[in-house]
Design a protein around this ligand. Structure first.
Ligand code: NAD
Length: 319
């Protein structure tokens, strides 16, 4: 098997590569050629979370798992709190083919998913980008969003306002004016990306204008919540995978409250393949519930491995 360490990933997979890989696997899911296995997620105590996301992509010839989690004590040890590693296997034989550092790849595949949703569902004339959240992942989401629409400016809100300076600096790098705003002013945004670890809704229905596209990316576990459930009742809801959306995604709350039925949620892959038309009018609110699926991880990891093979990088070991 080939070991591709974290330090090599930035040179092997670009944000554009991640966009293409994730779009292809969402389409494969829509065609029934790829599917995710049930997510395993365990609380280990003292805030530590560990889990497995896995799947099989028959079209892309990938079988594998991302193992990883969140270990809040790591920072004090001088290592990052988020830990993840992707393992790939030959789907015919089950032999391990690769072990790949999953940190940057997770950030890239998550940013790619929200950018694909913006590309496919936001109005073409979207000019104002709203960011809710300003942690590690927010900068990746902002950069990826700016690649798919010609935004004039960015507005941002975060529970911890001191973190917004870093996001403002990224907007400035992209040549976009940035303003920290109260949540009420998110009504000015044409596209809103939410990327927080919030346990309760921050963004309310009243904060969102008709015609907005929302990419809700932070809720990937039971009990997390970023937006008011009524918003999902009012919006056309899309997701990476319906089973995850209703169990660990943002839709879990609207479904539990009886405001949304699972049958009303559309896989984003259906829009990519043309099976669903996507946005139907300029006034429609579209909402992408991005829960993060194992197949996204396998798609970007496989790309890293292909590039590493071509360039003779990484380490080959017999297991
Ligand atoms: P981070 O710890 O770096 O940042 C957390 C963010 O949440 C910060 O903006 C913080 O101010 C905000 N926050 C914390 N508590 C809050 C609260 N009570 N109310 C509102 N905001 C609060 O984390 P990150 O790496 O930026 O990830 C953000 C979220 O995205 C996490 O929940 C993470 O699990 C999730 N995530 C999802 C995917 C996916 O595929 N959907 C992938 C990666 C990360």
């Amino acid at each position: 098997m080939r070991i591709v360490p974290e330090a090599l990933i930035a040179g092997l997979v670009s944000p554009e590569d991640a966009f293409a890989a994730v779009e292809a696997v969402f389409a494969a899911m829509s065609r029934g050629e790829a599917y995710n296995f049930d997510v395993v997620r365990e609380a280990l105590g003292e805030g530590r979370q560990y889990g497995f996301k896995s799947g099989l992509d028959r079209a892309g010839g990938q079988l594998g798992v991302k193992a990883g989690g969140y270990f809040p004590g790591n920072a004090a040890r001088g290592i990052i709190n988020h830990q993840s590693t992707v393992f790939l296997f030959d789907p015919e034989t089950g032999r391990p083919t690769a072990m790949v550092g999953g940190g940057l790849l997770t950030a890239l595949r998550t940013a790619a998913a929200s950018a694909i949703s913006i590309d496919r569902l936001a109005r073409r004339d979207a000019r104002v980008l709203g960011m809710v959240g300003a942690g590690h992942q927010a900068g990746f989401q902002l950069r990826a969003a700016a690649r798919v629409r010609q935004f004039d400016r960015v507005i941002g809100w975060n529970l911890h306002p001191e973190m917004l300076d870093r996001l403002g600096a990224i907007a400035a790098e992209l040549g976009l004016p940035f303003e920290a705003v109260p949540l009420e002013r998110m009504a000015e945004a044409d596209v809103i990306v939410t990327i927080t670890s919030s346990p309760a809704a921050s963004l309310l229905e009243a904060h969102v204008s008709p015609g907005t596209h929302l990419a809700c990316m932070g809720t990937d576990t039971k009990g997390k919540q970023e937006v008011e459930p009524a918003l999902l009742g009012r919006a056309s809801v899309f997701t990476d995978e319906i089973a995850q959306s209703v169990s660990i995604g943002e839709a879990q709350h609207a479904v539990a409250a009886g405001l949304l039925d699972a049958t009303a949620i559309t896989p984003l892959g259906d829009v990519i393949t043309g099976a669903h038309p996507g946005r139907r009018s300029g006034d429609e609110i579209t909402l992408f519930d991005g829960t993060g699926v194992g197949l996204q991880d396998l798609a970007v990891a496989a790309m890293a491995v292909r590039r590493a093979e071509e360039r003779g990088q990484g380490m080959v070991v017999e297991v």
